[in-house]
Design a protein around this ligand. Structure first.
Ligand code: WT7
Length: 677
């Protein structure tokens, strides 16, 4: 198909896929009419809707009020106490699901007897979270403390998160692909004194040196006067690691501990701590357009209700039916928090975890996992789907995918071609696709089809979830007519909403609650996305409106990459913009001016050095795809970098010739300005 044609099909996407009868028959919501009725009711009385949902979960003390809303501050289920670990683990361990699999895990390496597989039952999880909870307490972790977790995708990562919830500590999970300096920033911001990590994790046949990265982060932190008291190390890969002892360390003063040593003696009878509904559950760092990453805050009761409800309704989860849910996200992202761990387990459903890369050792790995474990719901990102497309349909064809019932996607808009491929090559045209729009900040799904109810259109995330008042508005807060682009806003509070940004009230208020106001001056939640609604009320996300690049479904602030680049001695100035990328959706293009007298030449070697420098500073996800050297950056008279021009160049809309030599894009800008009169 010619390029021009695929753009056409995107613009005139008219295909409509009704929910397959087989899924519709067993689903909770079985028609669009039923969706309309429940949605109307949920918006007429959101508190009633969410209270009913909360009632399906267990609370130690019930709420006095469902919602206290003093914009932008919400308190959901005020006065109630509960515990998320109790709802995910103990509740099921005490019932008929005790011996059912809570976690089915596969390691990446494949040995002569196949991959390493572990099955963790709800009873196992209860025992392990109790033991790790006791370990954390013995290391001085108290209610409200923030524990940093930097681990590979192994069951112990989920156990660590749940153990924190169990004892009322909050967790801050850092994606294992992030670098030492990213760890140091986050640990310092969260004030964590305890870090849980592993010697390493397997990724594409190589060991990711997690402990080594933590050691380097601790050195940086020590230099800044921040002391990490305890590092607990899971033995995963058996790679050699350095061991840190305070010189005069008596037993209790040691910094580094083996996970298995501490667990051996730990009691397994600790109960779940009753936690206030608004107690901090976790901090998760996400990129913004300026400055350092923001620590998004999520609390207990509302978040639990939101993720339990959306997991059940959107993925059509049913523990009694023996569902096996697989969300391929790493627990370092919000998708891993809300659906790999909390959403599935809250519903008593088996969750699949996989340690490694989708093409390790072959591009068929995911489909082998689906077959081996009988996965019923599969949830992944468009970037992965595009990679599968590229690797070819012969790989999924080798596996039996008939167990699959519902497919999901998240992270960025899915291009209709990828949607169609997913539908055909993975879903055999019989699995509905739920394209779920949400964010780190929203905690759970906000706009999404329901698999047995919503006719889907490739590329659209369709309709708001129950109780969610989403709208496309202009800067004045007025709703846009059909098919006119505007800002995506949420006009009312929802239970999984962020409660703040750690240590930065101003940023919380400014970023999310100051840009758009409703007719009575009430603040709307500003999501940072541009979008439109079509004539059927379906939402089509158009992408970020700020300086944030969505790489492989994960947000990266251009500012962060720029700061990483200018921290290299050869670089004077840097500007980073997005560029189209076949697999990742968006790639990163960096325009760099060099420091005079740095004694370096603008060549391929330097380009590679700068790329590696960014990887070291932030992590592999931020590695620039293209580095271009320029004599100066195009700027407006007020000194703002003309990103639009750089974007045009990065997208190849501007012929710039040979890129190995220094170019003067500012000159280009001047020419352009004069062109435009
Ligand atoms: C941003 C949030 C939510 C977990 C993964 C990313 C984009 C997310 C979709 C979707 C179109 C989407 C948005 C959003 N996004 N899901 N289904 N269709 N765009 O979480 O890092 O917080 O990023 O991802 O731009 O604002 P995140």
């Amino acid at each position: 198909m010619a390029d021009g044609e695929s753009i056409e099909s995107l613009l005139h996407e008219g295909r409509l896929f009704p929910p397959p009868d087989a899924v519709r028959a067993g689903a909770e919501v079985r028609s669009l009419d039923q969706w309309r009725e429940v949605h109307a009711r949920s918006l007429a009385d959101p508190e009633g809707y969410w209270a009913e949902e909360a009632g399906r979960l267990e609370w130690f003390r019930t709420w006095d009020r469902v919602l206290e809303w003093a914009p932008p501050d919400a308190r959901w289920f005020a006065g109630a106490t509960t515990n998320l670990c109790h709802n995910c683990v103990d509740r099921h361990a005490a019932g008929p699901r005790a011996d059912a699999a809570a976690i089915l895990w596969e390691g990446e390496p494949i040995g002569p007897d196949g991959p390493e597989v572990r099955r963790v039952s709800f009873a196992d999880l209860r025992r392990e979270t109790a033991r790790l909870g006791a370990v954390l307490k013995s290391l001085g972790v108290r209610k409200g403390d923030i524990v940093t977790i930097y681990m590979p995708m192994v069951p112990e990562l989920a156990i660590a998160m749940l153990a924190c919830a169990r004892i009322g500590a909050a967790h801050s999970v850092i994606f294992g692909g992030f670098s030492a300096s990213a760890i140091a920033d986050r640990v310092a911001d969260a004030g964590s004194r305890v870090i849980l990590t592993a010697d390493g994790g397997w990724r594409r046949g190589k060991i990711v040196p997690l402990k080594e990265n933590v050691d380097a982060a601790c050195v940086t932190l020590a230099g800044a006067g921040v002391r990490v008291e305890h590092v607990v190390v899971l033995e995963r890969c058996g790679n050699p690691v350095a061991w840190h002892h305070a010189p005069e360390a008596s037993h209790g003063d040691k910094r580094d501990h083996w996970w298995h040593d501490l667990m051996r003696a730990a009691p397994d009878d600790g109960a779940c701590e009753p936690m206030d509904s608004e107690a901090l559950l976790f901090v998760l760092y996400t990129s913004g357009s300026t400055g350092k990453p923001k620590g998004i805050l999520h609390t207990t009761g509302g978040y639990m209700t939101h993720v339990a409800t959306t997991a059940r309704v959107v993925f059509d989860l049913d523990a009694a039916r023996g569902d096996v849910f697989w969300c391929t996200a790493d627990c370092g992202w919000v998708t891993g928090h809300s659906y790999v761990v909390y959403g599935a387990l809250c519903n008593g459903v088996t969750t699949v975890m996989y340690e490694g890369a989708p093409d390790a050792p072959t591009p068929g790995r995911f489909w082998e996992i689906v077959e081996r474990h009988g996965v019923t719901q599969f949830y992944t990102a468009p970037t992965a789907i595009r990679a599968f497309m590229k690797w070819g349909e012969e790989h999924p064809r080798k596996s039996d995918l008939r167990s699959l019932r519902v497919l999901g996607t998240v992270g960025e808009p899915i291009n209709p071609e990828a949607w169609m491929w997913y539908h055909r090559a993975i879903g055999a045209e019989r699995c509905p696709i739920v394209d779920t729009w949400w964010q780190t900040e929203t905690g759970g799904h906000m706009i999404t089809p329901l698999p047995g109810a919503t006719p889907t259109k490739p590329g659209s995330c369709t309709l708001p979830f129950f109780g969610v008042d989403a709208a496309i508005v202009n800067e004045q807060g007025r709703e846009m007519p059909a098919n006119q682009g505007g800002l995506l806003a949420i006009r009312r509070p929802w239970p999984g909403m962020l409660r703040g940004v750690l240590n930065d009230r101003e940023r919380f208020v400014q970023t999310y609650w100051s840009r758009i106001k409703g007719p009575d001056g009430e603040p709307y939640y500003f999501a940072g996305d541009g979008a439109r609604r079509d004539e059927d009320g379906y939402f089509w996300i158009m992408g970020r409106v700020d300086d944030v690049i969505n790489v492989s479904g994960h947000r990266l602030g251009t500012m962060e990459v720029e700061s990483a680049l200018v921290s290299h001695p050869a670089v004077a100035e840097a500007a980073v913009v997005s560029m189209p990328h076949e697999i990742k959706g968006a790639g990163i293009a960096a325009f760099v001016t060099l420091r005079e007298g740095a004694g370096v030449s603008a060549d391929e070697a330097l380009r590679e050095t700068l790329r590696s420098h960014v990887v070291k500073e932030i992590g592999a996800i931020a590695r620039p795809d293209v580095v271009r050297f320029t004599k100066s950056l195009p700027k407006t008279r007020s000194g703002k970098i003309m990103r639009r021009l750089l974007r045009a160049i990065a997208e190849g809309r501007e012929h710039v010739g040979d890129t190995t030599t220094l170019e003067d894009y500012a000159v280009l800008a001047k020419l352009r300005e004069s062109d435009e009169g």
